[in-house]
Design a protein around this ligand. Sequence first.
Ligand SMILES: [Zn+2]
Length: 127
Amino acid sequence: MTKQEAKDYVKRTPPPRGYFTEAKTQYEGQPTYVCPACGNGSGKTGTGFHQDPNSPGYYKCFKCGEYGDIIHFIGLNEGLDPGSGEAFNKAYEVYNITLGQTGNHTAQNSPGTLKETKPVQEPVKKK
Ligand SMILES: [Zn+2]
């Protein structure tokens, strides 16, 4: 997957379940999540940030007005500069995306972080 494909994929795909804390209230049929910027959504009112129904792929917080794509919110959640290369790399990690070797210099900043480490071996049962 190229960087552009990965970016497009992340933008049109909801965050993986369990990464952001889901808030209690839905908005326009979409889940809302606890805002990493202000923490809204964790209280009684229960509405956090949510996808902008007018701009799919963009998210907005009801309370603090934080607005951006999901990479922006993942960056905030990780304490990274939203829009930085680190935030992008983290987003790809969250979405379990492995980027192809493009020779791009940003890939050298975090060697190995996108590597698949899960063992694929499963015991084979014979019947
Ligand atoms: Zn907020």
